[in-house]
Design a protein around this ligand. Structure first.
Ligand code: ATR
Length: 268
């Protein structure tokens, strides 16, 4: 029987996940279908319960439901437990398990696809919201140095820094000398001005969790203008977190490079 999966979010219309998973399934010969679910913001639980009662095998979870998903599942993997957020749900022995593949997806994209060194890299994360919570642990485990969370509202950075044992600063305090700077704020989609002074990006490898198929997000363009060593948007992370979810569901590791290349080509 064809196994059923879906991404649940609101809005979810522009999600690339169905395309990514269809490509993985075709390449790996997996009998599965993958749809989009868009419940109302208050309707997450009902929609997800109905999906699994109808025999669904697994879900990806995106904005704004990752925390709802964390509360809803029966159990968590270590990454989801640390993040307080779930991006992948699977069913095992009749129980739902919430996992978080965002951090591992980011680290794989940085190390394997981009070839940036994380071990010993002085690393700053901009933002202290849900997106940051999803990646801090994986970055810590990758061996970065001086991991610091910088946020517009400094008190939120301090709370998160205390919880994870990392540094905390205001965005206006981060200075320069970073090897890696990760933008995990939700700013940047609507043409807001620079988040931090140019010296933060100069000479650094700058990664934006947001993506654009042509790679040119506002943060990436800004960082390049500031003299960043290298810049990347988060499309590779999107593909890598999907691959990690696919592996959890299907037990096979799909190749990501052809899928990432195909997505980029749609921007040409
Ligand atoms: P997400 O789940 O995407 O991380 P969130 O939890 O609402 O969303 O967090 C948004 C993050 O982006 C926060 O760190 C927020 O900073 P504040 O805590 O100071 O609000 C940051 N952010 C959003 N808009 C911003 C802007 N224009 N400038 C700087 N930081 C911004």
């Amino acid at each position: 029987m064809t196994a059923r999966y879906a991404v649940v979010g609101n809005p979810v219309g522009h999600s690339l996940s169905p395309r990514i998973h269809a490509a993985f399934a075709a390449a790996e010969g997996q009998d599965m279908r993958y749809d989009k679910l868009e419940p109302s913001v208050a309707g997450f639980e009902d929609a997800v319960a109905a999906f699994f009662s109808a025999g669904g095998s697994g879900l990806n979870v995106t904005v704004p439901f990752k925390e709802d998903a964390w509360r809803w599942v029966d159990a968590h993997d270590a990454a989801a437990a640390a993040a307080g957020a779930v991006n992948t749900i699977l069913v095992r022995g009749g129980r739902t398990r919430g996992c978080n593949t965002d951090g591992i997806g980011l680290v794989r994209d940085i190390k394997v696809n981009l070839g940036w060194t994380l071990a010993g890299a002085r690393t700053a994360i901009l933002g202290a919201g849900g997106a940051t919570r999803g990646i801090v642990k994986a970055l810590q485990q990758s061996g970065v140095a001086d991991l610091t969370v910088a946020n517009r509202t400094r008190s939120k950075a301090e709370l998160l820094g205390g919880e994870f044992g990392v540094g905390a600063l205001g965005l206006d305090e981060i200075g320069g000398g970073w090897d890696v700077v990760v933008n995990a704020t939700s700013a940047g989609l609507n043409g807001v001005g620079p988040l931090v002074a140019p010296q933060a990006a100069a000479g650094a490898r700058c990664y934006d969790l947001l993506y654009a198929v042509d790679g040119r997000t506002p943060f990436c363009r800004w960082a390049a203008e500031c003299g960043a060593w290298s810049v990347s948007d988060g499309l590779g992370m999107l593909v890598e977190q999907a691959a990690a979810a696919f592996r959890l569901w299907r037990g096979v590791t799909p190749q990501t490079a052809p899928v990432l290349r195909a997505l980029r080509e749609t921007a040409r």
